[in-house]
Design a protein around this ligand. Structure first.
Ligand code: AKG
Ligand code: FE2
Length: 275
């Protein structure tokens, strides 16, 4: 059974390509469902408890407002996207902790990816930069602005919008001196939601760019892609010795191959299996 509260440390995840070996997850994460709060608060450490429920509630309000603005921005009815994502959305909160790295050239804090869900609201440490997005083919830093959130559109907005909104590739880089924390809250479809381009956004000029799928199928596809990578098609299982070798022999720093992203999903056969 999947545990609702999870702590993971991917510091030893090394991706090997013909050109380089690179540690892509120099970070630790702590994740738990965001709602309903009563289902998981007993599993959390005591300290953050007083604020969690209130924070979760406020972020929920903000998320619904953003979803309605996104719907209206597409010329759709206010609740259209929220309804498409399903009655019981998958709400997850994830804290990412990036420890300083002796040689940031050899690592990424968080590998290149697009978010799998629909919407991410991210709060980042105020004085430490780390998040980067691809803009016009270049990595651009998203520096923290006091009292602000970063809003990321995930793949489950890209698909319903029939590609009008793009889920941006992003990553987090490390630095030598400062710890960094980011707190991401995700809003995603539930496993049974059928996701596909919204009919009102399809016409002769805009044929469906994606087929429909059940969100559980999407997640399974991602899981299989990752498993293949772990079995040696894109990476390899890591031991501390390998990590040292990777750090010693890492070659030139260049744009990373996305670890999980839209590209990994598009090979799904185009069919109306779920119409
Ligand atoms: O730490 C960051 O700024 C990025 C985190 C992130 O992309 C994620 O949790 O999906
Ligand atoms: Fe992300």
């Amino acid at each position: 059974m999947t545990k609702p509260v999870r702590v993971s440390n991917d510091c030893l995840k090394v991706v090997e390509s013909q050109l380089e070996k690179k540690t892509t997850m120099w970070s630790e994460t702590f994740s738990h469902p965001r709602h309903p709060v009563d289902d998981f608060t007993h599993l959390l450490p005591r300290n953050p408890l007083p604020n969690i429920a209130e924070y979760a509630k406020e972020i929920g309000v903000l998320m619904k407002r953003l979803l309605s603005l996104i719907s209206q921005g597409l010329g759709l009815e206010k609740y259209c996207i929220q309804k498409r994502l399903g009655e019981s959305p998958r709400l997850v909160s994830q804290a990412n902790y990036y420890t300083p790295c002796p040689d940031p050239e050899l690592t990424l804090g968080f590998a290149v990816h697009t978010d799998l869900n629909a919407l991410t609201i991210l709060r980042q440490s105020q004085r430490v930069t780390g998040l980067q997005v691809i803009k016009d083919g270049r990595w651009v830093s998203v520096d923290p602005i006091p009292n602000s959130f970063v809003v990321n559109l995930g793949y489950q907005i890209q698909v319903p919008s029939n590609g009008r909104y793009k889920s941006v590739h992003h990553r987090a880089v490390t630095n030598k001196d400062l710890h960094r924390v980011s707190l991401a809250i995700f809003y995603g479809p539930n496993k049974d939601s059928i996701i596909g381009p919204i009919e009102d956004l399809i016409d002769e000029e805009h044929p469906p760019a994606y087929r429909k799928y059940r969100f559980a199928e999407f997640l399974e596809n991602i899981r299989q892609t990752r498993r293949k990578e772990a079995d040696g098609e894109g990476g390899f299982r890591v031991t501390p010795l390998r990590l040292c070798l990777a750090l010693m022999f890492s070659l030139k720093k260049e744009e990373q191959k996305p670890m999980w992203c839209a590209k990994n999903i598009e090979p799904l056969p185009k069919a109306d299996a779920h119409a």
